[in-house]
Design a protein around this ligand. Structure first.
Ligand code: KG4
Ligand code: ZN
Length: 334
């Protein structure tokens, strides 16, 4: 089954053609990221306007690369939320139009659920259920129990800033980067041989029994540490990254034990973080848990995992029931 998918939830415009949910046939992606770097944050109207500009060339390029006609396509999939409303609408309307013209069923996909399916694409072994999923992106930090395809239960999540947001805000505060500085902060942290500030930042909620997270207080602690002690910036970056990863890994392991799962999956942009991957790997191995992390090329937003999510959930909707929903929750599975 070949699914043609579109993803346009934020500043990336992506399309992909994927066979049986796991084999990429072709994909193409355009981004307006550079424009947001200049303004130090995404301006929703600017992102939406770029979506309009990019959407048709991205669709055309994906089809051209696939060297297939529309006859080889079995269904269309599209991200319906969460995300920026103006950006989402462009993808949703394009997908509806294709569905109508090509006479193919339309499968709506939750962007967060999509991130999970990055673990299924080209995987040497498909993840087994029940699984605990940690989704860490720019807008979300969610722990989710996945009993099977389409059967998800929200266990906990951030009560303020998302993990990626905390990385980005701290990168800005430390003067590392104005927009999406998570990667650069992490690269800077990796230049340190030892953590000279170990334990100087708080690990918010690490000992709490719940499975919620809170990262907004860390920013203030970083600012205080940086301004009072004036340590090298890379040392602050390392201690910040260690604090976030400590909390994420500790609470994920505790949830896995409580829920008695054998599998852990990671998803979202922050799943590209090497410390997070390394620490999860180490802790999962101690507990004989099977850990699945997405390939690096599928950690960020793309349409490949949207096609995969559509394949494994495979619920098409009539066009008038498919709408963009900027605040869609993870457990309102679509
Ligand atoms: O999932 P994603 O691509 O977009 C959203 O749906 O939000 O996630 C983007 C987030 C940004 O906050 C970015 O800084 C963060 O993921 N990120 C990282 C790394 N790579 C991306 N954070 C820490 N370390 C990384 N290596
Ligand atoms: Zn995302």
């Amino acid at each position: 089954m070949n699914i043609f998918a579109i993803e346009s939830s934020c500043d990336e415009t992506a399309a992909a053609l994927v066979q049986d949910g796991v084999h990429e046939i072709s994909s193409f992606l355009a981004t307006s990221r550079e424009l947001h770097e200049a303004t130090g944050g995404v301006v929703p109207e600017v992102a939406a306007r770029k979506q309009v500009e990019f959407i048709l060339p991205v669709i055309e390029q994906t089809l051209e690369k696939a060297k297939m006609t529309k006859d080889a396509i079995d269904a269309i999939a599209v991200t319906v939320g969460p995300g920026l409303i103006g950006s989402l609408l462009v993808g949703v309307e394009a997908a509806k139009t294709l569905s109508l013209f090509w006479q193919k069923p339309l499968i709506p996909v939750n962007h967060l659920v999509g991130h999970i399916y990055a673990n299924f694409v080209d995987a040497p072994k498909a993840p087994e259920f029940p699984a605990l999923v940690l989704i860490v992106s720019g807008g979300h930090t969610d722990l989710v129990l996945m009993r099977g395809h389409g059967d998800l239960e929200y266990i906990g999540g951030t009560i303020d800033d998302a993990a990626g947001e905390a990385f980005d805000k701290t990168a800005r505060l430390l003067g590392i980067s104005k927009y999406l500085g998570g990667v650069k902060l992490s690269q800077l942290a990796a230049t340190c041989e030892t953590n000279l500030l170990a334990g100087q930042l708080p690990r918010p909620k690490i000992h709490d029994d719940d499975f919620d997270f809170s990262f907004s207080g860390l920013k203030t602690a970083v600012r205080r540490l940086y301004e009072t002690q004036k340590p090298p910036v890379e040392q602050v970056a390392l201690e910040f990254e260690t604090a976030v990863v400590d909390v994420l890994v500790t609470k994920t392991m505790r949830a896995a034990e409580k829920l008695k799962v054998k599998t852990i999956m990671l998803g979202g942009g922050v799943s590209a973080n090497s410390r997070l991957r390394r620490e999860l790997e180490a802790e999962a191995s101690i507990r004989s848990l099977e850990l699945h992390v997405p390939p690096l090329r599928l950690c960020g937003d793309n349409a490949i995992y949207i096609a995969s999510a559509a394949y494994f959930n495979n619920k098409s909707f009539p066009l008038n029931k498919v709408d963009a929903d900027p605040s869609l929750n993870i457990d309102s599975v679509l």
